[in-house]
Design a protein around this ligand. Structure first.
Ligand code: ADP
Length: 488
């Protein structure tokens, strides 16, 4: 199977969140199984260039039509973590990918519409005819539209498209002009069964276009698939997903155990596995030393993630104070593009600066994340919604017990120590239902209580989590089945 991923992110070179990890992990697994995989990304100025090997120009003068002009692009090739990546660099006064950040500009829809067209133009000009083009999130929603409406007629008749929704909260809503820019006539596409947004009838919805025009649509967990089809978590796309439900499935994300594995993790001081889990406590000590926390007989609770309303920032804040009031220690690693949220957490950091039981790290720090997963006893994830969530799966691999809200992929992967309808050896964390302080406290109270009063049971819970296989091993096979299905 020959797959080309067209994506705005791929870890470790261009990662904002889980989407980057997923493209990396899935591509790895597909390659290990003997499939050919190539990845097409924008050439951002803010990528981790130190993680790309042998970067060199492979195509000059790729002229990409955009509205009434052509933008000249160069295409570079390099290996990112052994994956074959092409990076498209447009040269135009718009400086699409020289912005110092991946997202967050008013013209983001335009930037990624251009990228979508450029990726197809590159495939056409270099005679690439993959079996599957796998696109990700709203940024690449125009790829299947352009493939079937334009590039098919230019000779690209072979590829089929799999489109993955990582988070339907962000759908790429923009004006009709975007269609003209990529060479489509708006009047043909602004209908309810094509790209017109379901609420705002004057807006183009790029994610909806991706859903309508792809051969198959996946999202990142079975529970989230149900939630976005049947509840308000679809943010207006429910109807579209229901209409296309025959080609829509939830496939749980995996994690890449070459990257996230305490047995071989080069960022942690003491490797460990379920059979020598005592080494985890040495990492706890190392983490405390690194963050100037007191060495004490207390559970260490962590939160790692984007500080976004989706992640339950209110409850994360509450978890910090609840932990400190209940004989625990807390470590937070997170960052936010939202200046208000960022300011709140910086204020909180100053407020708690002298507390020996608490450290807030307001930044993005991949290496520190590894150490926290290894050193913490528990991780708290009180999301308002969570398409899949990787942090709970990574945490479990490191024997860190997750405390999560019952939503999306969290509900598919964490099974409550006291209430899950599962045998004891399959229970791996704590789950609460209501998005409020009482809900969170009920779960944290049980988790901290077990840590203090029944350490041997707490250890069993840790080991249960470590024994789950949330690697790409199984999940990649589901994607291969989808690829096979649409190829036929
Ligand atoms: P989302 O994609 O919604 O951001 P996920 O749980 O799917 O959330 O994936 C988050 C990924 O990003 C994990 O690999 C997590 O370790 C990483 N991550 C998030 N915030 C940070 C941060 N501040 N520093 C380092 N890694 C982070």
């Amino acid at each position: 199977m020959y797959t080309v991923m067209v994506t705005p992110e791929c870890a470790p070179v261009a990662k904002v969140g889980g989407l980057g990890d997923v493209v990396q992990g899935l591509s790895h697994e597909l390659a290990i199984r003997g499939n050919a995989v190539e990845i097409i990304l924008p050439k951002y100025d803010c990528m981790r260039y130190d993680r790309i090997h042998d970067l060199h120009k492979v195509y000059s003068d790729l002229w990409v039509p955009f509205y009434d002009q052509h933008f000249r692009c160069d295409v570079y090739f390099g290996f990112a973590d052994n994956l074959k990546c092409f990076f498209i660099e447009p040269h135009s006064y718009k400086n699409f990918f020289h912005r110092g950040v991946f997202y967050g500009h008013h013209d983001d829809p335009e930037r990624f519409a251009f990228f979508s067209r450029a990726a197809l133009e590159f495939m056409l000009k270099t005679n690439r005819h993959p079996d599957i083009i796998h696109c990700h999130d709203w940024q690449t929603g125009l790829v299947p539209v352009l493939l079937f409406e334009m590039y098919k007629h230019l000779g690209m008749t072979h590829p089929r498209v799999c489109y993955t929704l990582h988070n339907v909260r962000h759908q790429g809503l923009t004006g009709e002009f975007i269609l003209r820019q990529v060479g489509l006539e708006p009047s043909q596409y602004m209908t309810h069964d094509r790209l017109r947004d379901n609420f705002n009838h004057r807006a183009v919805n790029l994610m909806k276009g991706g859903i309508v025009f792809s051969n198959f649509v996946t999202t990142v967990s079975p529970r989230y698939a149900e939630e976005i089809k049947n509840t308000g978590l679809g943010y207006g796309l429910q109807h579209t997903l229901l209409v296309h439900s025959a080609k829509f499935r939830g496939i749980l994300n995996g994690i890449d155990y070459n990257v996230w594995n305490p047995e071989i993790d080069r960022y942690i001081a003491y490797p460990y596995s379920p059979t020598n889990i005592d080494h985890k406590y040495r990492n706890k000590e190392a983490l405390r030393n690194r963050l100037w926390l007191k060495q004490d007989f207390k559970p260490l609770i962590a939160a790692i993630g984007r500080l976004d309303n989706q992640k339950g920032v209110e409850l994360i804040r509450h978890a910090i104070f609840y932990t400190l009031a209940n004989r625990g220690q807390f470590v937070l690693l997170g960052s936010s593009p939202d200046p208000n949220i960022s300011r709140d957490f910086w204020n909180l950091k100053h407020h708690l600066n002298d507390n020996p039981d608490c450290h807030l790290e307001i930044s993005y720090n991949e290496e520190l994340a590894h150490l926290i997963y290894a050193g913490a006893d528990m991780i708290v994830i009180p999301s308002t919604f969570e398409p899949c969530g990787l942090t709970q799966m990574i945490a479990m691999k490191y024997g860190t017990v997750p405390i999560v809200r019952n939503t999306g992929g969290l509900a598919d992967t964490v099974f409550d120590a006291d209430y899950a309808h599962r045998p004891y050896h399959e229970r791996n964390g704590y789950v609460f239902n209501d998005y409020d302080r009482n809900g969170l406290e009920s779960a944290m109270h049980r988790a901290v209580g077990l840590w203090y009063w029944f350490p041997q049971y707490f250890r069993e819970l840790m080991i249960n989590g470590m024994r789950y296989d949330y690697s790409w091993n199984y999940q990649a096979q589901h994607y291969l089945n989808v690829y096979d299905y649409i190829k036929e």
